[in-house]
Design a protein around this ligand. Structure first.
Ligand SMILES: [Zn+2]
Length: 499
């Protein structure tokens, strides 16, 4: 007999236990290192428990023997005797899966090229002609598996993907995410103007109809980790009618929305011409009902104070894409200012505006970008100090901050790459860190990879070199600055191993 509806299901049994160093964020600046840690995963792919094996000073004599005894005791206590135990090798650690909050799958085909042009010229010269090719299903079937596989290989367990205007090709993208096991939000791009030759939808209503079909198609995949996301490319290429229609769909189907905002000065100026009745760029989306707590705005480099206030009030999130901002000369985003304004921020690779599918590359570029913000402010202050005081006073608030800039730290960019991204995509209840009850999306980072013989020449193939004196904290920092996909030793999404 089936149990009555109101009766709570018993907890699922633990099926796998990871033993080793666990590293995750519990907040913006709070990096927690649990070493040695033990993490259980249950048969539904959820984290069943997280424990520290011992506290410093607690163990005497041979740590290995003592740890083994404590592990047996712990497994008995949590009812997990006899389950599969995965022991992390030395110089490795388990982290929550990386979250790419902004990435274009079709653009993977030309990643790493064309960075001499600014955004609007880059779009018409490279992007639109390249995306137009996805009218061919065969082309989509060739490119998309490579793009998603590369993203997973880099340790990205969740991605917010843009497809193209084409319904059949974007369905292929969603199917690919399902078959390769990546947690994904997949969007059919909507644009009914300013798309360039042969790359624009015939009308707003046509775009909306195709979008509805796409939503149904993704939902009928019955994939527990793949969902549709509404994707107006940006306000430059969307009419008011289209944006209003998408806002209606978002509220009808409780869908997330992703778009671009305030990436490049020429784009911002174009927006002012296209929408003279809106106060600013962020308001364009707000005025069309697209600014919700489930909206992700990529870039947001050039925001006014009024715009940051509006984002904070609506709790829309920002995908910070530093690699792309450098590559397309868009500008340098002051992420500290956004965080101080209580805005949700995550990281995006923005391939192919960005040249790398790796969120680790985005993390270190975010650190560099934040330092550049500091230099710019310092230099402006220096210049200001050479101007007579009376003139400075007349100029008023020339600078955003009269306080020294606080550059982002390693723990903070790691937060942006994991829990911050989860908050931006509104999935922090499900993933983002190692809290029991959340789904197990994780990566094993191994600094002793690739495997080598003992020769120093062979060992030099490793992107990271670990020395005897390195602590867990320094190894983690080395990985952020030096690591790459060779250090990704295993990837899990909802408890399923996908790499
Ligand atoms: Zn983009």
């Amino acid at each position: 007999m089936s149990p009555p509806q109101h009766q709570q299901q018993p907890p699922a049994p633990t099926t796998t236990v990871f033993v080793g160093t666990l590293i995750h964020s519990t907040g913006l600046a709070t990096l927690e290192i649990i070493a040695p840690g033990v993490l259980g995963v249950d048969s539904n792919g959820r984290i069943s428990f997280v424990e520290k094996l011992r506290h410093s000073g607690e163990s005497e004599g041979d740590d290995g023997v003592e740890d083994e005894r404590l592990l047996r005791e712990l497994l008995t206590r949590v009812g997990a005797e006899g389950v599969e135990i995965r022991r992390l090798p030395s110089h490795s650690f388990l982290i929550p899966g990386l979250i790419d909050t902004h990435v274009h799958a079709p653009q993977y085909a030309y990643t790493g090229t064309g960075y001499t042009l600014p955004l609007l010229d880059w779009l018409t010269t490279y992007t639109f002609p390249s995306e137009r090719k996805f009218s061919s299903l065969m082309h989509a079937q060739t490119i998309y598996p490579k793009a998603v596989a590369r993203s997973l290989r880099c340790g990205t367990t969740t991605a917010a993907w843009y497809g193209t205007l084409h319904l059949p090709a974007t369905k292929v993208l969603a199917e690919t995410c399902k078959s390769l096991g990546q947690r994904a939000f997949v969007g059919k791009v909507c644009m009914d103007r300013n798309g360039g030759e042969g790359y624009v939808e015939p009308s707003a209503s046509d775009s909306l109809e195709t979008t509805k079909e796409f939503i149904n198609a993704v939902q009928s995949l019955n994939a527990d980790t793949v969902q549709p996301i509404l994707t107006p490319r940006f306000a430059v290429s969307c009419s008011s009618e289209l944006m209003k229609g998408l806002a209606q769909l978002a509220s009808q189907h409780a869908l997330r929305i992703q778009t671009h905002c305030s990436e490049n000065p020429a784009e911002c100026s174009f927006i002012r011409d296209l929408f003279p009745d809106s106060r600013d760029y962020v308001s364009v989306y707000h005025d069309h009902g697209l600014l919700t707590n489930r909206t992700v705005l990529a870039h947001c480099v050039h925001l006014s104070d009024a715009e940051t206030t509006l984002l904070s009030e609506t709790q829309a999130g920002i995908s910070h894409c530093p690699v792309s901002n450098f590559a397309l000369s868009s500008g340098v985003c002051n992420v500290r200012r956004l965080l101080d304004a209580n805005i949700k921020v995550g990281l995006g690779t923005d391939v192919a505006g960005g040249w790398s599918m790796s969120v680790v590359e985005a993390m270190r570029s975010a650190l560099v970008a934040s330092k550049v913000v500091g230099f710019t402010q310092r230099d402006a202050l220096l210049a200001l100090s050479k101007i007579p005081k009376s003139v400075v006073e007349d100029e008023g608030p020339v600078l955003y901050h009269d306080q020294p800039h606080r550059p982002l730290t390693v723990p903070e960019v790691f937060y942006l790459a994991t829990l911050g991204g989860a908050r931006v995509l509104n999935i922090a209840e499900t993933v983002g860190n190692f809290i029991p009850g959340k789904e197990f999306d994780a990566v094993i980072v191994d600094l002793d990879a690739p495997e080598t013989t003992t020769s120093e020449i062979d060992e030099a193939r490793r992107p990271v070199t670990v020395f005897e004196h390195d602590t867990v904290t320094t190894m983690f920092e080395k990985w952020v600055f030096l690591g790459d996909d060779r250090n990704v030793a295993g990837v899990w999404v909802k408890g399923r191993r996908v790499v």
